[in-house]
Ligand binder design. Structure first.
Ligand code: NAP
Length: 543
């Protein structure tokens, strides 16, 4: 058993490491750090483990990465034994899986639920973090690991009159645990991102009438979810370990999608159509974006894919005016998160569904009985907000993170987040982030990123321990070089052209900085491995 009393110190602390969050990231970090013999505790705001999959219980919530990929790889027994019923895991199934993992690896005893962390203060004298919970409990630890999520701070726009509306209100990211019944009700859904496009077809089946309030049309592709084919499952499991390894060598952290070799405009129009048709029939977004090498870097190439999907929308939606409104025209396909759906566009052919364009006539206010746009009033029994999240930085900045006598993280990030490898922030020693801004996180298979980040952090801590260090800090120069690289890579792509949450564009006043690293998971992992092999260059470890 390794020495759990972190080296050469007798300073009292409660834990070696505190983890903020007990979603997929926090639970794996707990498991991993515990395996190093560290005394660890995870604090979780929710009443259960699961993070995203605990909170997002809206109808139709489903992962758009296939289940055989979107699952932990750290235990071959686990991945062999767990049986996914469907190609894409639905929220209840994924939450069941996470709870199984928590039990199987005995994680619950070190998870404190219903506990929101409010402040985290680093004492440069003792090199300890002290965290305070909402209830005023304080705990100290050598290291603080933020596993608080990228899409975990739900956001409802500050519509005037929001408190006046007397009907039911929901947000996709704060959905009640008990099922919501919209039968016989007139419902308004605001927002048509990934959450909206999943929820709208199911609410439409229940509601008396559904008004969808759309500000920006999004591209959506058919998910083609189905029962998981047993032969496919068996074949996958027969080479699971190899597939997991192969995933690490891919840009999205997902194996089984051969990288394209041809540019879109090198193909003829007929060849392109055939390629896009095949991907449309297959379902899934990675596969579609992998049709050609240049869909995310060349506008003309991207136009061919965007035009194909717009044509599909016009082919499905019978009313030409509705089809025109649903056809995205303000961003290249894939530069906002590409949605996957089940009968989303078909839903607009129902008599009880209407699409309201709140770009031309914005929502002006909520009233006691519904909402009013610049054009007219809508009477509603319930409003479901699918208006998204303060993404990537929201959850961290909700906590007052600071170094005693120094600036708060919120001040440091006032112009946008800066990190070294997405993992550490210069000036904030002993603080690590799992899937932070500046890492591939949301642009890759999240669980691959979570495992890779956590394993890297664990190795870094092991190195610190063996060298007797109690303080690990990212160098300012290494951080600014990494930030410059993240920006340079993004600027070589079409991503910055979209008003996306990747850019902070969905939050009024948030700095417009492209936050994730889009150089590919494979390139990122190589860089992290190189940093570790070079003795953690860019970090200073102090005894
Ligand atoms: P989102 O993509 O940010 O979409 C928010 C929607 O609300 C947008 O349509 C936005 O319109 C609209 N909106 C915001 N403020 C508005 C206002 N004042 N008036 C009218 N409309 C307004 O949020 P999300 O759908 O919750 O998805 C967030 C991310 O979570 C996704 O991109 C994805 O990464 C993840 N997610 C994944 C899955 C999955 O794996 N299947 C499912 C759900 C979510 P504008 O576009 O005009 O801002």
């Amino acid at each position: 058993m390794p020495d759990v009393n972190w080296p050469v110190t007798n300073i009292e602390k409660d834990f070696d490491a505190i983890i903020v969050g007990a979603g997929l990231g926090g639970l794996y970090a707990l498991h991993k750090l515990r395996s190093l013999g560290l005394k660890v505790r995870a604090f979780e705001a929710g009443a259960g483990v699961g993070g995203t999959w605990f909170w997002n219980r809206y109808p139709g919530a489903r992962c758009d990465v296939e289940s055989l990929e979107y699952s932990y790889s750290f235990s071959d027994e686990l991945q062999q034994e767990w049986k996914w019923p469907e190609r894409y895991g639905g929220q209840p199934e994924i939450l069941r899986y996470i709870n199984h993992v928590a039990d199987r690896f005995d994680l619950r005893r070190d998870v404190q639920l219903n506990t929101r962390i409010r402040t985290a203060v680093f004492d440069p004298g003792s090199n300890l973090w002290t965290l305070t919970t909402e209830d005023g409990e304080t705990v100290s630890a050598r290291f603080c690991i933020m596993a608080s999520g990228n899409l975990s701070t739900p956001r409802v726009p500050s519509f005037p009159g929001i408190d006046r509306f007397a009907g039911e209100t929901y947000h996709t990211g704060l959905w009640p645990t008990e099922p919501v019944d919209f039968t016989g009700k007139v419902v308004g859904v605001i927002g048509t991102g990934s959450s909206g496009v999943q929820m709208i077809p199911l609410i439409a089946q229940q509601a008396k009438h559904l008004h969808v309030f759309q500000r920006t049309a999004n591209f959506s592709l058919p998910a083609r979810n189905d029962a998981l084919d047993p032969a496919r499952e068996q074949a996958h499991k027969a080479s699971y370990v190899d597939r997991r390894k192969a995933a690490l060598e891919t840009p999205f952290g997902i194996a089984g999608h051969p990288a394209p070799t041809q540019a879109a405009l090198e193909a003829t129009a007929e060849e392109r159509r055939a390629a896009y048709e095949a991907k449309w029939a297959e379902g899934g977004s990675i596969s579609f974006l992998f049709s050609y090498t240049d869909l995310l870097v060349d506008q003309a190439a991207n136009d061919t894919a965007s035009a194909f999907v717009r044509e599909k929308i016009r082919g499905i939606v019978k009313d030409p005016a509705t089809a025109a409104l649903l056809a995205p025209n303000d961003h290249p396909i894939g530069t906002k998160r590409l949605c996957l759906d089940t009968h989303y566009y078909e839903t607009y052919n129902r008599d009880n569904v209407s699409l309201v364009d709140v770009r031309s006539a914005p929502i002006v206010e909520l009233t006691e009985t519904g909402l009013r746009t610049a054009e007219r009033e809508y009477k509603l029994d319930a409003i479901a907000f699918a208006t998204g999240f303060d993404a990537m930085t929201g959850a961290m900045l909700e906590i007052d993170i600071r170094v005693e006598g120094g600036p708060a993280l919120a001040e440091k990030w006032a112009g946008g987040p800066t990190t070294y490898l997405g993992l550490m922030v210069a000036g904030f020693p002993n603080l690590f982030i799992i899937t932070g801004p500046g890492s591939p996180s949301v642009k890759t298979q999240m669980i691959v990123a979570i495992e890779q980040h956590t394993d890297w952090i664990a190795e870094c801590l092991t190195r610190a321990r063996t060298s007797g260090a109690t303080r690990i800090e990212a160098d300012a120069k290494a951080e600014s070089e990494w930030v410059a690289h993240v920006n340079a890579v993004a600027d070589r792509t079409l991503y910055p052209l979209a008003n996306s949450w990747y850019m902070g564009a969905n939050i009024p006043g948030k700095p417009r900085i492209f936050m994730p690293y889009v150089g590919g998971f494979d390139a990122y992992k190589r860089k992290c491995d190189e940093v570790a092999a070079n003795g953690y260059d860019g970090l200073t470890m102090t005894p």
